[in-house]
Design a protein around this ligand. Structure first.
Ligand code: FE
Length: 207
């Protein structure tokens, strides 16, 4: 993820500073024998191969082609996840209480954690830096339409924007609208159109 997402600016000094702080913390934890260098690598590789936005993409694609699954997904996200062939622990690890909200021509949803960085890890992976940065957290709550336009999402004034604030209790994510021109596509093809940003509500899906 580039430090400055196209059009959306925050202080890159802060990202460098935060990275240095995380590095210092990691070194201390290793020095004190609480974790090993391997622990961090193992966790990172798990999120690269097992839990990431590719899971969310499969779920959304299935919801686009299967109305019953979509109904279940909107009513009980974790129950819908359990129907998928996902790795063990899929509904654990920061994903015990996930909820998905549907974009429609009338309503556009965007997610944030105004307090810190709560995020649906099993379906979207680890959050990008800008999601955790105070600039995004404060501004998307205060002026979501402006922030979305900086991300390249220009919404008509008639479209209502809903901002969903995640917490340790509920982790929100977004079911984007299926783009027109995808009628002949199968689930695997549809899944390839999805990006983490679209499932966070800061992008739309392009055919
Ligand atoms: Fe949080």
């Amino acid at each position: 993820m580039p430090s400055n997402y196209p059009g959306f600016k925050y202080s890159t000094d802060r990202e460098t500073f935060s990275a240095a702080k995380a590095k210092a913390l990691e070194s201390l934890l290793i020095e004190k024998g609480i974790i090993t260098g391997d622990t961090v690598n193992k966790i990172l590789s798990y999120f690269e191969t097992e839990m990431g936005p590719f899971n969310g993409a499969k779920i959304v694609a299935k919801a686009w082609v299967d109305p019953d699954f979509k109904k279940l997904l909107l009513a009980d996200c974790n129950a819908a996840c359990e129907q998928m062939d996902f790795p063990e622990g899929m509904s654990g690890a920061e994903g015990e209480h996930m909820r998905i909200v549907e974009n429609t021509p009338e309503v556009h949803n965007v997610i944030v954690c105004t307090l810190c960085s709560c995020y649906p890890w099993p379906t979207l992976g680890l959050p990008p830096y800008w999601f955790k940065d105070p600039t995004f957290r404060a501004r998307v709550a205060r002026e979501p339409r402006q922030v979305l336009s900086e991300f390249g999402v220009q919404l008509d004034k008639s479209v209502q924007i809903k901002v969903w604030d995640s917490s340790a209790q509920i982790r929100w994510w977004v079911l984007p609208m299926r783009p027109t021109g995808t009628e002949g596509m199968n689930e695997a093809q549809l899944a390839r159109l999805l990006t983490p940003e679209a499932m966070m509500g800061v992008a739309t899906v392009k055919a």
